[in-house]
Ligand binder design. Structure first.
Ligand code: NAI
Length: 550
């Protein structure tokens, strides 16, 4: 149980975990020393939600909405989550991509109250003490070192907006108790010149540490976290390419951890591909995937696609040959595999003539699907898109780079250039559009469909590790949640408003793998679905008068 106890009086009104604001009842006001500290009229949660909505609607832009929402989270967490749950589709782009990206860029200017833990390179040797400063218990940590925030690059300590936002989604989408969610930012410096020169920057003003002190700090942090909370889930988020792959390999076999940019993205994209096959009427083994951008997201998707194809009976080498990578130096071919090619690309470096432009690569490989994870805005030109349409009856185009301004193409461009035949998904949301009198609702390949459910699943099973098989199970569970009504409007993902139910389905699939593979340390529940649902935290206000200190 959390050491966090119900305070009274003004301290209660200032404690976001317990505060109910104007919704404290007459009885609670008497019992908890609140009489006179609040306006006289007692409001219902519904009235409070309406007030929040009214307040947000009056804000001139999304960043102001973000600031107002974070303010609410700092004052009254239950109301924040209730509001989020009721307005998930419209609020997701505010609490997460794209607005959170803007918030991170301006973190120094919009900073109000600290949230989460900061561990800096100067804290080597005292990380355990910092972890002990966190008062509450934790069941999940999201940690970033701020080096690759969305598609925005190195934002140093400003990256804190990301773990804060991701954990808000753990609560909103998979019912994690917010008191048990711990955001952490590792500040090892930054290479961002603008931040280094910015007097309002709140991080360390020094260059990134990249030597063995970096690894030692991460090791100290992981050790301290596991010592205090054995079995804690640690999600690595928005680390630079090099560290992300290394750290995943180092820790995945030792502690309960995963990297959402690599593995979560992979599960979402593979789910989208599996669902897309229902529209194209083709099978997994008929696909030829061209990845534009060969980093964490691109190669993560490729690896999971291979795992899916192998599960469907294909030989691994054949499955790998279905995936082609194109990076900043052109098509990744075996000729480039000269010892300098990054490890995550090596298994996809096939024999082929070089191609230096995307159009050349499309021409040569005739892909069925084009997947953008490059951070290069508008790289999918009309020419590329129309060539995809001449090669395929239903070309699959996923423009996954975030935020919106970095997307490889817009939904509109993809639809127009392919005569409305494209099966499109993006990383950031695009509004619905009409083509030839037909309504099209572009699906968002948002990791939020997967990572909260994965977390819920491993926590429900008390799994020792997070495995690739779990991500594949999650991908298939997510794909199964895409209904014919979704496909009818061209959406290869379920509606965002269904994400809580999707998370439960994903969690069950993941927990099943943990039980089947002997990774679970929890006793197998009689009814897994009921067990998972019993873990969900609800933002409904408790009645403190009925059980004042429960
Ligand atoms: P990364 O930095 O690991 O990889 C970027 C890749 O793009 C590198 O391979 C790089 O060589 C390549 N690239 C850069 N410029 C290029 C160019 N001009 N032509 C071809 N390739 C080029 O980054 P990561 O983690 O793979 O993320 C990439 C993007 O995907 C980001 O915008 C990120 O926000 C987005 N993303 C989207 C997700 C989603 O939609 N669910 C989830 C995770 C990431």
């Amino acid at each position: 149980m959390s050491p966090h106890q119900l305070p009274t009086g003004i301290a209660l009104l200032h404690d976001p975990a317990f505060n109910k604001g104007t919704a404290f009842t007459e009885e609670e006001r008497d019992l908890l020393g609140l009489r006179g500290l609040l306006p006289p009229r007692v409001q219902t949660a519904e009235q409070q939600v309406a007030r929040v909505k009214h307040n947000l609607d009056s804000k001139p832009n999304d960043l102001e909405k973000y600031i107002a929402l974070i303010g609410l989270q700092d004052r009254n967490e239950r109301l924040f989550y209730r509001f989020l749950a009721e307005h998930l589709e419209t609020m997701m782009p505010i609490v997460y991509t794209p607005t959170v990206g803007l918030a991170c860029e301006r973190y120094g200017q919009i900073f109000r109250r600290p949230r989460g833990l900061y561990v800096t390179i100067e804290d080597a040797g005292r990380v355990g003490r910092i972890v002990d400063n966190w008062q509450d218990d934790a069941s999940v940590v999201v940690v970033t070192d701020g080096e690759r925030i969305l598609g925005l690059g190195d934002l140093g300590a400003n990256g804190m907006g990301i773990p804060v936002g991701k954990l808000a989604l753990y609560t909103a989408c998979a019912g994690f108790d917010p008191l048990r969610c711990l955001p952490i930012t590792l500040d090892v410096g930054t290479e961002n010149e603008a931040l280094l020169a910015d007097p309002l920057y709140l991080g360390l003003k020094r260059r990134r540490t990249r030597d063995e002190r970096y690894d030692a700090l991460v090791e100290e942090l992981v050790g301290a976290l596991n010592k205090r909370w054995p079995g804690l889930l640690i999600q690595f988020e928005d680390f630079g390419n090099n560290n992300a792959f290394r750290l995943l390999e180092r820790y995945r076999g030792r502690v309960l951890t995963f990297n959402d940019d690599i593995q979560g993205t992979a599960a979402v994209a593979v789910a989208g591909l599996v669902a897309a096959l229902r529209l194209s009427g083709t099978s997994l083994r008929e696909q030829r995937l061209l990845f534009f951008g060969a980093g964490e997201a691109g190669t993560g998707i490729a690896e999971l696609f291979v795992a899916a194809a192998v599960q469907d009976g294909m030989a691994e080498s054949d499955a790998r040959r279905q995936c082609w990578l194109f990076d900043s130096r052109g098509l990744v071919t075996s000729a480039r595999n000269d010892g300098t090619l990054a490890g995550h690309k090596v298994h996809f470096a096939h024999e082929h003539a070089p191609a230096s432009t995307l159009l050349d690569a499309v021409e040569a490989l005739r892909p069925t699907a084009l997947i953008g994870t490059s951070t290069q805005a508008n790289a999918f030109s009309d020419q590329v898109l129309s060539r995809m349409a001449s090669l395929n009856q239903r070309p699959i185009v996923f423009a996954l780079s975030n935020p919106t301004a970095k997307a490889e193409c817009t939904a509109e461009a993809a639809v127009n250039a392919t005569g409305g035949r494209v099966i499109f998904a993006s990383g950031s949301p695009f509004p619905p559009l009409t083509f030839g009198g037909r309504r099209i609702e572009p699906g968002q390949g948002n990791n939020v469909y997967v990572f909260p459910g994965i977390g819920l699943g491993v926590v429900a099973a008390r799994s020792r590790l997070v495995t690739d098989e779990m991500f594949l199970a999650a991908a298939r569970a997510l794909a199964a949640e895409v209904g014919d009504d979704d496909l009818a409007v061209g959406r290869v993902f379920p509606r965002l408003s269904r994400v809580r139910e999707v998370s439960v389905r994903v969690a069950c699939a993941v927990a099943q793998v943990a039980f089947a593979r002997g990774l679970a340390t929890a006793p197998p529940p009689h009814d897994l679905d009921a067990h998972v649902r019993s873990l969900l935290w609800s933002p409904a206000y408790p009645d403190y008068a009925a059980a004042p200190r429960a």
